[in-house]
Design a protein around this ligand. Structure first.
Ligand SMILES: [Zn+2]
Length: 282
């Protein structure tokens, strides 16, 4: 059933007394100012594919130039009431853990302990040849030294928009100098799963295992368009544990949901934190 009630008694009733695994997507972070490119109010966009990135040095140059400006906006972004509510629900033993499609680290910033970053995070960079990793902050210092004043000039142009992958919109990128792996001179890439890439097997296994230890799956802020998230709804259905979905607009998992609430994450997760924490303490 789909409901729009602000009080959502069906949602509360379904999850009360159960240990709940949570799957979150871009709709979770819109209230933190990170746009959801698949949301009902969003403009269409062409997400980057891994093939574009690896096959075209000009594309990589443009990518790193934008990322050099965009990543610090993501770095400064703060969690919202929805993230804080999930952290509180984990604290009180209701939530078993969070599987997230977001790379923004906002669940961790809000205090969630058991977070599975399905698509990686903006804060790490990996070499595609030797798998050497480094922090995005360390790379930022080196890029700053190679491109003095670039960020300031980009900010002066204005019109920066932060995308879910820490990309930002700038046009003047032809002069930008980016870096290869300091160990093997291979190609560096943000440690993020892009279109055309698979989620690492160990990460998927961890997420399935979390679901196996839980008694319900709550999806918050994902249209479940990509299989990397949708498969967990199918897994929950196969386990015969109930699925609840909170999302603005329809999702690919609606047919498998016991309860679907068409609404915002911050508001509804705040309600759940209030209601379910009280139930857990009773
Ligand atoms: Zn390397």
């Amino acid at each position: 059933m789909t409901t729009r009630s602000a009080e959502s008694p069906e949602l509360v009733a379904l999850l009360a007394g159960r240990r709940v695994a949570v799957l979150t997507g871009a709709g979770m972070s819109t209230d933190s100012g990170i746009p959801d490119y698949r949301g009902p109010d969003s403009p269409p966009s062409n997400p980057m594919t891994i093939r574009q990135f690896t096959s075209d040095p000009v594309f990589r140059q443009r990518y790193w130039a934008r990322n050099h400006v965009g990543w610090r906006h993501m770095h400064d972004t703060l969690p919202n009431a929805g993230h804080r509510s999930l952290a509180a629900l984990e604290d009180s033993g209701v939530v078993t853990g969070v599987i997230t499609q977001n790379v923004d680290l906002l669940h961790t910033k809000a205090g969630s302990q058991n977070v599975i970053n399905l698509h990686g995070t903006y804060a790490q960079v990996v070499c595609l040849s030797c798998a050497h990793t480094m922090s995005r902050a360390a790379l930022a210092e080196q890029l700053e030294a190679l491109n003095p004043g670039f960020v300031e000039r980009a900010e002066a142009i204005g019109g920066l928009a932060v995308a879910p992958d820490a990309d930002a919109v700038i046009t003047d990128t032809a002069s930008f100098r980016y870096l290869d792996c300091p160990r093997c001179a291979g190609m560096l890439k943000p440690d993020i799963v892009y279109f055309g890439e698979n989620v690492p097997k160990d990460t998927v296994a961890q997420a399935y295992s979390l679901l196996d230890q839980s008694e319900a799956l709550l999806v918050a802020g994902s249209s479940l368009t990509v299989f990397s998230g949708y498969r967990f709804v199918r897994h929950a259905a196969a386990l015969k544990i109930p699925v609840a979905i909170i999302n603005r607009g329809p999702t690919r998992g609606d047919d498998l949901a016991t309860v679907k609430v068409d609404g915002g994450c911050s508001e509804l997760l705040t309600l759940l934190a209030t209601e379910l924490t009280a139930t857990a303490l009773r």
